[in-house]
Ligand binder design. Structure first.
Ligand code: GTP
Ligand code: MG
Length: 384
């Protein structure tokens, strides 16, 4: 066989097959060349994937959720996850059942605490009948249920007035409790059974006018989602209850440390990674925010628009709206954040609507509101 190559091309000289090559030698050479090509293609593919990975990281958007406690940071994260991590969200839905039960039971127990010893000067004391007293007794087992649910979720023993769970540990506690042989763990079926047996009494308690007016007079502050869970008590206390998306969104679980979640968002065929940091918002936890300031692309600040008549749980001297305003101002003027995108979400407009409808007068809490109309949109306009 005659080989021809261009002698002026040094590469062709080097790569040309040797003269007088036998057919066996040729087959072996071609096999070697095919293997080299395969390895080369493999390296090219690995490099391509590595570059794509680098690019993916370049397109990572880091978002920090900020705002005072109960401002709605974790709820915003849940909304993002429901939208952009739908599969995982759906898988986790059932694990929220115990948290939702605890939200309902805590609210019922808070109401029982508020009404159990009516003061002689309470105008409702005369209307507080044997029927009410019986209701209080019949709902007694919910005390033990609250403790069991807290243990089930792994809450710290000293979490007396507010329920919290560190990080995402509570899911593993719930998982572990499925092992029925494990001693000392509360049984989830027993818990659900006690709640189911109390279902009618919970409804009666919540819908009773005397109880409602006593709760109001004693200034009991129920959590924002309490009304929702109490209104849905029959469904939640049902023996076959399974959480719905709306229940999970409203389930209150105070954040105590930083939680990190990755979301993968397809933007016109390009994969974007959103790394979202959710932090605890009470005053003692705000120092933990600082290390994140330098690394994030954007901050979403949650500012509840309904909080003008509320006070901080950790410091009842401080008005919530004032705290939120000072916090937002501090963030806007932070040098560390001068190249960070700042976004403000004014949320809880539904609660503002309700307060206005219930006759709460904004000017009483915000003298600077002056004689503007006591209407939702006027408050929104004034706050922005
Ligand atoms: N009605 C109503 N409730 C809301 C809204 N946003 C949040 N909530 C409720 O407010 C409560 C507090 O919300 P979270 O998201 O837990 O607040 P947080 O900012 O994460 O609070 P910390 O973890 O303590 O810092 C929850 O029960 C939510 O369901 C809203 O727009 N409307
Ligand atoms: Mg939170």
């Amino acid at each position: 066989m005659v080989f021809s190559f261009d002698a002026s091309d040094p590469l062709a000289v080097v790569t040309a097959p040797p003269p007088n090559e036998t057919s066996d030698q040729k087959a072996a050479r071609e096999e070697r060349e095919a293997e080299s090509r395969r390895i080369s293609d493999q390296i090219d593919e690995e490099l391509r994937l590595h570059k794509a990975d680098l690019k993916k990281h370049e397109q990572m958007v880091k978002i920090l959720l900020l705002g005072q406690s109960e401002s709605g940071k974790s709820t915003t994260l849940k909304n993002f996850r429901m939208q952009f991590a739908a599969e995982k969200w759906a898988q986790e839905r059932a694990s929220w059942k115990a948290v939702i039960q605890l939200n309902l039971v805590r609210s019922v127990n808070a109401i029982l605490d508020a009404v159990k010893c009516p003061n002689a000067d309470d105008e409702n004391v005369l209307s507080f009948s044997d029927r009410h007293r019986l209701l209080v007794v019949r709902l007694g087992p919910l005390r033990g249920v609250e403790e069991d649910l807290k243990r089930l979720l792994g809450a710290a023993a000293n979490a007396v007035d507010e329920f919290y769970v560190r990080s995402r540990d509570w899911r593993s506690f719930v998982q572990a409790s499925q092992d029925e042989n494990e001693k000392g763990r509360p049984d989830r079926t027993d818990i659900s059974e006690v709640i189911a047996r109390c279902s009618e009494d919970i409804k009666e308690l919540w819908e009773d006018d005397i109880i409602q007016s006593m709760v109001k007079r004693r200034g009991l502050r129920l959590e924002d989602s309490a009304t929702f869970f109490l209104n849905a008590s029959e469904r939640i206390a049902g023996r076959d209850y399974q959480p719905e998306d709306g229940d999970v969104l409203r389930a209150r679980l105070r954040t105590l440390d930083i939680q990190e979640h990755d979301l993968y968002i397809d933007e016109d065929g390009k994969m974007l990674t959103w790394k979202i940091y959710d932090v605890g918002g009470s005053r003692t936890q705000r120092q933990a925010w600082l290390p994140y300031f330098e690394q994030v692309t954007a901050i979403i600040f949650l500012a509840p628009i309904s909080c003008f008549d509320e006070r901080l749980a950790e410091d009842p001297r401080v008005n919530r709206l004032e705290d939120s305003f000072i916090l937002w101002k501090a963030i806007c003027s932070s040098k560390l954040l001068k190249s960070t995108t700042l976004i403000i979400f004014l949320n809880k407009i539904d609660l503002l609507d309700k307060k206005i409808a219930d006759g709460v007068v904004v000017r009483r809490f915000l003298p600077s509101y002056a004689d503007r109309p006591n209407e939702t949109m006027a408050v929104v306009k004034c706050t922005t």
